[in-house]
Design a protein. Structure first.
Length: 116
């Protein structure tokens, strides 16, 4: 069983920055794609960014150029650096460990609130 623990959320003003971290237990971290999702009140969960085991990344159009996903396999940790935050970035952010033949493992989520 894999456990994911997110941290780093908080409240910031528009234009500010936050860095989210997600620490994973277990030994499979370095072999899998890790993702960040977010869910705003009343909206569906959406993909924000992903990073493959080899370091390839992709981003939602809404965050390109502002957010950066990275990983440290030695620490079993994935990060999401969020710059130039906007009020519409307000959401609960979740990390996910993707599995090929089963549903992802999910973290508990961390709240990000951006005020104007």
């Amino acid at each position: 069983q894999v456990q994911l623990v997110e941290s780093g959320g908080g409240a910031v003003q528009a234009g500010g920055s936050l860095r989210l971290s997600c620490a994973a237990s277990g030994s499979i971290f370095s072999f899998v794609t890790m993702s960040w999702y977010r869910q705003a009140p009343g909206k569906q969960r959406e993909s924000v960014a992903a990073i493959s085991s080899g370091g390839s990344t992709n981003y939602a159009d809404s965050v390109k150029g502002r957010f950066t996903i990275s990983r440290d396999n030695a620490k079993n940790t994935v990060y999401l650096q969020m710059n130039s935050l906007k009020p519409e970035d307000t959401a609960v952010y979740f990390c996910a460990l993707n599995r090929l033949t089963a549903n992802p493992y999910w973290g508990q989520g961390t709240q990000v609130t951006v005020s104007s």
